[in-house]
Design a binder for this molecule. Structure first.
Ligand code: URA
Length: 210
């Protein structure tokens, strides 16, 4: 745990993550667990949002009551698996703006290539939370955050479900100003770039495409 990395060790998060890791957990249950866990992660990643106050009237009296300050925050899903984190986050932050970044890996150069990018306006005035369940090599996460910064954002956090030490190190090197929030940092990447022990291919497991 550091300023750059927060591991959400809440018992509900850890219990749900274990159920998601189990290879026998069916698609519908996996998807429901991801929705639930992403709400809990959203709670943690928004913990330090700036606050102000507003005068309201309760049935008994006036009061200066706390409310969120500043522009609506933006969630940016890194396609396609990032979409699995969106629904649960939007349950908690329904007025968030939402953007999408699509990247594929060029098999010759092994570098991420952008095929889609649609981001909310005024990113420079918003907290932007980039979401992708799996921080593996970090290549696509670094490229996605590059795009978000190019669009003007200066206050960015990265939210994932599982991270590999290699991905955390790569993000820290490329974007030391972007804190990472995750439910766990696993042991390693295997030779195919999968997180071990991990949970397999997050996109395939949530969309039932394998
Ligand atoms: N992406 C996944 O979906 N799973 C991994 O283990 C690594 C990257």
């Amino acid at each position: 745990m550091s300023d750059h990395l927060t591991i959400v060790d809440h018992p509900l998060v850890q219990h749900k993550l274990t159920l998601m890791r189990d290879k026998d957990t069916p698609t519908a249950v996996f998807r429901q667990l991801l929705r639930e866990i992403s709400t809990l992660l959203a709670y943690e990643v928004t913990r330090a949002l700036p606050m102000t106050t507003r005068t309201i009237e309760t049935p008994l009296t006036d009061m200066e009551a706390p409310v969120l300050a500043g522009r609506k925050l933006a969630l940016v899903s890194i396609l396609r698996a990032g979409n699995g984190l969106l629904d649960g986050m939007l349950d908690l932050i329904p007025s968030a703006r939402v953007g999408f970044v699509g990247l594929y890996r060029d098999e010759e150069t092994l570098t991420p290539v952008q095929y889609y990018c649609k981001l909310p306006r005024d990113l420079e005035n918003r907290l932007v939370i980039a979401v992708d369940p799996m921080l593996a090599t970090g290549n696509s996460s670094v490229a996605a955050v590059d795009l978000i910064k190019d669009a003007g954002a200066t206050n960015i956090r990265f939210l994932c479900l599982l991270a590999a030490p290699e991905g955390v190190a790569r993000m820290k090197e490329a974007h030391p100003d972007v804190p990472i929030v995750t439910a766990a940092v696993d042991e390693k990447l295997n030779e195919l770039g999968y997180i071990v022990p991990g949970l397999g291919d997050a996109g395939d497991r949530m969309f039932g495409t394998k």
